[in-house]
Design a protein around this ligand. Structure first.
Ligand SMILES: Cc1cc2nc3c(=O)[nH]c(=O)nc-3n(C[C@H](O)[C@H](O)[C@H](O)COP(=O)(O)O)c2cc1C
Length: 339
């Protein structure tokens, strides 16, 4: 028991130390992994309040940005709030270096988006609609093209003094695990950070992440590596650190509906009261209504997130059903107050 306590204290001290990524200093070593549908600006700001050092937008199509240079359609996905967020990266996906180059230029010339901390390239997405174009995790089968993409982003990002990171998986499938050599090629192309989700593309999100591959990536490159896959609390972080010696820790699903996870990891005495739970959901919903300008639309868009906030609560399924019919903040408050 004493040793475990000592170790969790040691890891708590470690994750509170700053991390240098290129010229960027991140205030600590916890990150929110990119989560399509969840890691939008309001949720990320809440995670920042609870201490996370680095967050990332969901994946946004580089080509989509090229076709939308004024960002009329894409701004909602790219939005950042430099006043409320700690470090934040914008994540791009695609398969054509020319698209990445132009998209990076558009982002870094935008008055607000230019304040982004880092550009991140998605080489891990397993979804069919993404990989069929050669993007996402399909790039792990084309290291030459992946390097060209990194070089294209770095060429532009360097001019604005922004580091570039790459998010990868272990490999395409069990027979083609190539993360260590692939990560080294990304470093050679100019990437300043690797985040590795320790599953293959074929595993999607199932089974257990195999953290051995994180250790191999850490050994192979000289830039920081964030380990990712199945982190849920300080104990899992401690285990990953012992096993891999990685520089940082990216938490995905365990943060959904649970932005407090970062405070819980940093502070063993942190305890969420029911009042704070209600207040944060209320602030999240109110900010979403303000952003979208329509109460019913905001609540309907937030259903998955609201459902995640109910995880582990008594009467959650009854509340989830009621939320399906709910169109106003007032009714939502009534539902949540019954929990
Ligand atoms: C709903 C959902 C959306 C995701 N969206 C993205 C994304 O936009 N970009 C990305 O690189 N990874 C995405 N991921 C993968 C996560 O960032 C992370 O790598 C994965 O969930 C494993 O980490 P975890 O075990 O902590 O959840 C997504 C995962 C989920 C479950």
């Amino acid at each position: 028991m004493r040793k475990k306590e000592l170790d969790t204290n040691t890891i708590r001290s470690y994750i509170q130390t700053p991390l240098k990524i290129g010229d960027l200093i991140i205030k600590n070593r916890l990150a929110l992994a990119p989560l399509a549908g969840t890691s939008e600006v309001i949720f990320r700001s809440i995670c920042s309040e609870y201490g996370v050092g680095l967050t990332t937008t969901e994946l946004v199509s580089a080509r989509g940005i090229c076709y939308d240079p004024k960002l009329k359609r894409n701004y909602q996905y790219l939005a950042i709030d430099p006043d409320k967020e700690n470090a934040v990266a914008i994540q791009l996906f695609g398969h054509d270096p020319a698209d990445f180059k132009l998209a990076t230029e558009i982002i870094l010339q935008h008055p607000i988006l230019a304040q982004v901390s880092m550009l991140d390239i998605n080489m891990g997405c397993p979804m069919k609609k993404v990989i069929k174009t050669g993007a996402g995790s399909a790039l792990m089968k084309s290291p030459g093209l992946a390097q060209q993409i990194v070089k294209a982003v770095v060429e532009i990002a360097d001019k604005y003094h922004k580091p570039v990171s790459v998010k990868i998986r272990s490999g395409w499938d069990q027979d083609s695990i190539n993360a260590p050599e692939f990560a080294k090629l990304m470093e050679d192309a100019g990437a300043k950070l690797i985040t590795i989700h320790a599953r293959t593309r074929n595993q999607m999100y199932s089974g257990q992440a195999d953290w051995d591959i994180i250790e191999q990536v850490v050994d192979r490159v000289s830039i920081p590596v964030y380990g990712n896959g199945d982190l849920t609390d300080v104990i899992s972080i401690l285990k990953m650190y012992r096993q891999t010696n990685c520089s940082g820790f990216a938490i995905g699903r365990a943060a959904q509906g649970n932005p407090w996870i970062f405070a819980e990891i940093f502070d063993p005495d942190f305890e969420l009261t029911n009042q704070e739970w209600l207040t944060v959901i209320d602030r999240h919903v109110s900010a979403m209504i303000e952003k979208l300008g329509d109460e019913a639309i905001a609540i309907s868009k937030m259903r998955t997130q609201l459902s995640a906030y109910l995880k582990g609560k008594k009467h959650a399924s009854k509340a989830r059903n009621a939320i399906m019919q709910c169109t106003t903040k007032r009714r939502l408050s009534e539902i949540l107050c019954t929990i």
